[in-house]
Design a protein around this ligand. Structure first.
Ligand SMILES: [Zn+2]
Length: 362
C-alpha cells in the first residue's frame, strides 16, 4: 500500500493498511502526558479540549501512557515546597481515579512492568503515574516514598527554573535564579537520586541543565530517562540533549524519549514561522539511532502540556508516527522498541535495582 506517497505537500498522508495493522499490533506507550488542573473529572469522556483522554487512547490504538503530576516552579522556600507537595499528591490522587470501566473504555493504574504487561494482555489501557518537577518533594527526600506509594514511576528532577535538587536548563531570574545555583545536582539532589533508585523511581533528566543531566547519569544506579526531550544538534534549544549528553546516555544504557514540541524539533524558518510534523519528529529519532543506537530512543507527546504536531494532534493519530517510521525503513522490532520497549526496559531495570536495595519492588 503506497497511498501515503501520493499525498500532496501539506496534507497528512493517509496511513497505509500496513501501518494501521502494525500500529494496532504494537504495545504503544507515550511517556509524557499532562492532565488538566484543576481536575475536570473527564478522563473517560471523549473531550473537545483534551488531546489525551482514555477514549482517544483506545480509538488511537494506544496501550499505555505516563500521566504526570506537573508542578510549576515557584519560590524555593518552605511555603512553596508545602504547596508543591500538596498539589502533587492531589494530582497523583486524580491520576489514580483514571481506572475502571466507563463509556466503553477500561483502564487500570499500573505501577510495575508486570502490571502494565498484564493490562496490555487484557486489552486494558495502562495509566502510569509520574511526577514532573522535583520541587514537589521540597527539601525532604522522604516525600518521594509518598509519590511512589501513589504509583509514580519517574520524577523529573526540575522544570524550568532551578529547585533545591538541581539546576534546570532554563533558569528563571524572576525567581532569583542565577545562571547556575548548584553547578548541577545539589547534595540534596544526590540524596534524592539515591532514594529514587531505592524506590524504583526513574530519574527523568528532561528540563535539567547539562551538568545536572551528566551528574545524574553518573550518580544513578539505574540508567536515566529523558521523558520528553529532543536533539540539540538538530534544534538548538537549551532543553534538548547535545551529542555529549547522548553519548552519556548510551554509555549508561539510558533512553531519550523524543517529544512532539515543535519548538524543540525545528528552528524557525526565515519568515520566523515554524511548523513540525511527524517527519521532523522522526528526523530526531533517526539522529539518535545513528549516533547511539535504536535501543536508546523512544516516543512522547507532551500532549496537554504544549505538545502537538500538524499530523499528530492527539492520541488518536499515533498511527501517523508509526507510518512515518515504516516509511523510513524501520522494522517491527525497532518500531516496537521506540513505542515502549526501550522505556519498559528502564522500568524493569529500576525495579531490579530497587529490589536489590530493599528486598521488594517498593
Ligand atoms: Zn515538561
Amino acid at each position: 500500500m503506497t497511498s501515503s506517497s501520493q499525498a500532496q505537500p501539506g496534507q497528512t498522508p493517509v496511513p497505509s493498511a500496513e501501518a494501521q495493522a502494525l500500529h494496532r499490533a504494537l504495545f504503544t506507550l507515550d511517556s509524557h502526558i499532562d492532565i488538566p488542573w484543576p481536575d475536570r473529572g473527564d478522563a473517560f469522556e471523549d473531550t473537545e479540549t483534551r488531546r489525551v483522554d482514555l477514549p482517544k487512547m483506545q480509538k488511537g490504538g494506544m496501550s499505555a501512557g505516563c500521566f504526570v503530576a506537573y508542578i510549576a516552579q515557584a519560590m524555593v522556600n518552605a511555603e512553596g515546597h508545602a504547596q508543591a507537595q500538596a498539589q502533587c499528591l492531589a494530582m497523583l490522587d486524580v491520576i489514580n481515579t483514571m481506572q475502571g470501566t466507563h463509556n466503553g473504555v477500561t483502564a487500570r493504574v499500573c505501577s510495575t512492568v508486570a502490571e502494565i504487561t498484564a493490562a496490555y494482555e487484557a486489552g486494558v489501557l495502562a495509566v502510569i503515574p509520574a511526577v514532573e518537577n522535583g520541587y514537589a518533594m521540597g527539601d525532604n527526600p522522604a516525600v518521594l516514598a509518598q509519590f511512589r506509594a501513589k504509583g509514580a514511576r519517574y520524577v523529573t528532577l526540575t522544570h524550568n527554573g532551578h529547585n533545591a535538587l538541581a539546576d534546570a536548563a532554563v533558569h528563571r531570574p524572576s525567581l532569583g535564579d542565577k545562571p547556575e545555583n548548584h553547578g548541577g545536582l545539589s547534595a540534596l539532589g544526590r540524596e534524592a537520586v539515591r532514594e529514587m533508585n531505592r524506590l524504583g523511581l526513574l530519574i527523568d533528566v528532561s528540563h535539567a541543565s547539562k551538568k545536572t543531566m551528566l551528574q545524574a547519569v553518573a550518580a544513578s544506579a539505574v540508567p536515566v530517562v529523558a521523558s520528553h526531550s529532543c536533539v540539540r544538534t538538530l534544534c538548538d534549544h537549551p532543553r534538548n540533549l547535545d551529542d555529549e549528553q547522548l553519548d552519556a546516555l548510551k554509555e549508561s544504557g539510558g533512553v531519550i524519549q523524543i517529544t512532539a514540541m515543535p519548538a524543540f524539533l525545528k528552528p524557525k524558518d526565515e519568515n520566523g514561522a515554524r511548523s513540525a510534523g511527524v517527519s521532523a519528529f522522526v528526523d530526531h529519532i533517526d539522529y539518535v539511532v545513528r549516533r547511539i543506537g535504536a535501543e536508546h530512543v523512544g516516543i512522547s507527546s507532551d500532549f496537554d502540556g504544549g505538545g502537538a504536531l500538524a499530523d499528530w494532534q492527539n492520541a488518536t493519530q499515533g498511527v501517523n508516527l508509526t507510518a512515518e517510521l515504516l516509511r523510513r525503513g524501520y522494522d517491527k522490532s525497532e518500531i516496537a522498541a521506540f513505542w515502549g520497549g526501550n522505556f519498559m526496559r528502564l522500568l524493569a531495570k529500576a525495579e531490579g535495582v530497587a529490589a536489590e536495595q530493599t528486598g521488594t519492588i517498593g
